[in-house]
Ligand binder design. Sequence first.
Ligand code: GLA
Length: 673
Amino acid sequence: MHYGADYNPEQWPDEVWPEDVARMREAGVTMVSLGIFAWARIQPSEHEFDFDWLDRVIGLLHEGGIAVDLATATASPPPWATVAYPEMLAADEHGSPYWHGSRQHYAPSSPAYRSLAAALVRRIAERYAGHPAVVLWHVNNEYGCHLDVDYSDAARDAFRTWLTNRYGSVDAVNAAWGTMFWSQRYGSFAEIFPPRHAPYSHNPGQLLDYRRFTSDMFLECYRMERDIIRAAGAVQPITTNFMGAFKPADYARWAAELDVLSDDLYPDPNDPEGFREGAFHGDLMRSLKPGTPWLLMEQATNAVNWRPTNAPKAPGQLAAQSMQAVARGADGILFFQWRQSRAGAEKFHSAMLPHAGTETRTWREVMSLGGDLGRLPDLPADDGAARVALLFDWENWWAIENPDHPTSLDYLSLVRGWYDAVHRLHVQVDILPPTADLAHYTAVVAPHLYLLTEPAAANLVDFVEQGGHLLVTAFSDVVDEYDRFRAGGFGTQLRDLLGVVIEDFGALADTGSAGPGEQRAPVAGPGVAFVGSILAEEAHAVDARVLARFEGGRQDGRPALTVRSHGAGSAYYLATVPDDDGARQVLDHLFTAAGVEPVYPGLPPLVEAIRRGPLLTLINHGREPVHIDVQGEDALGGGEVRGVVLRPFGYALVLISSLEATEPCPPAVPGSR
Ligand code: GLA
């Protein structure tokens, strides 16, 4: 289990470094991420490299027994680079550049950027590939953060190449995008531009491809650096830090390219439901690379600096959120950052070592967490405890949020609505792409798969045929992978499975809006009563049992929730977006059919329970102490457990079967204690 933080010694005089190492040892730190924003310090000008300071820092860390996650430092090019090569600056949709003076202002497709980054990474990798302190490589930092989409000339040129590789001919692009519409036909690739500022709606196929292209450009940068590190002879695992479900980068495609996944997580301490974000991140990381432990690479010890108001964490919240990650397969807990900065935009951001020093609650909590992590036994990565899968798809995310739809949907928040509903029921869940192997699951929740490819649809049909229980929700199976209707319109692939025909999507007025129109769609049936919003589809049950109907309003009497049995399995359809209690009621139907059980019985609402092999983690996110009747052995070495009292943000780590029963996995990162 690794413990540590981003370490930015370049912000401090040399004499602070030995004190840092001593304090790190005190806190139980085992690994730091070094040099993430140190490009300007390593390479003060194009032909000048200074590694002396880095040699000394790595040497000090190594002497202190602290391992290094060595960064490639390519996330923030120095001013000399963008002055010499202004074509490497990213640009907004007006073509206006993002200047230096902040960070992450480079165009990922720029040959100039890539060439400078490659030269830097080569020097770093050749110098440190064999250094015994280096146990992990940290490529770039948070690819795509601050720069959702780049519209620069570099992107324009690279987009044309990308399209040529994807489609082969400009006619194929015209066909995919449907460019006979609005006279958009292209005569050559040279006529195609990024979807820059325009008077009205862009072509949706072009927008979707531009998202694919953007994700691919960042991935190409990652691959370039990874390959340089390997070519230098490095054998350590390589990672780059993810940000949970992050729209610009299709992590489901990226995951296979990383040896170890790592994640950055910053839930708002003011949000009493914020802990579900940590749960979602952790379940996503575990699911993206099954069977491989991951690292919580960044979180805050206390307040951040970048929200309109930056609340401190409550006492105990830091450890509770860290244990959420360990419970879901993390083999390392790290922070941004080790020592709080004296200058710069993040000087108010908390750190392991705050400005106020060691006589602080933050430091005490940092020490205590380090102690607990140090006492944990080796744990397996994941023994496939989840029987429920929630389907989540980046390409669908990009397509469903294209403009000019029946209504605007926030895909992530809709998926999170379903995730949170599952989490409230204390049911363990994996988060998977729609083409994932579903054989292991008994229930699948598939919210709003607007863009549904043929292989994904076949996968869902097959899942139900094999006896699985599936929930499909409104505005699904609408378009193909080019964001076009298929011949026959929408619903062409799941219609038979669901036994439902949709005639219209029935957009409702925005909840809480002052304008005219229905905002709510009440739904009722035997044992079912809730309110839908956003969509109330005009659905016809042609071969399905109706479990609940819309009551009143435009769709009065029409099916809202249906089920069709198919072999040993069943397929549910929900023609609206339910409120929280409605989601619970729908899941009750699905989980009863599928025989899904909570991780642990009888838990209070704000206690979460997670299985990781023999380890049962119980965390109280509520403000009241609770007693849980659980038996086993304390994983932190406290002996036999016969019931636990969890104070607010308290946790219990209980081995509920003998550890010998499950082989611990090899560590994600060598040198873990
Ligand atoms: C991101 C970055 C870090 C730091 C933190 C602050 O996660 O990777 O460098 O800026 O945000 O919360």
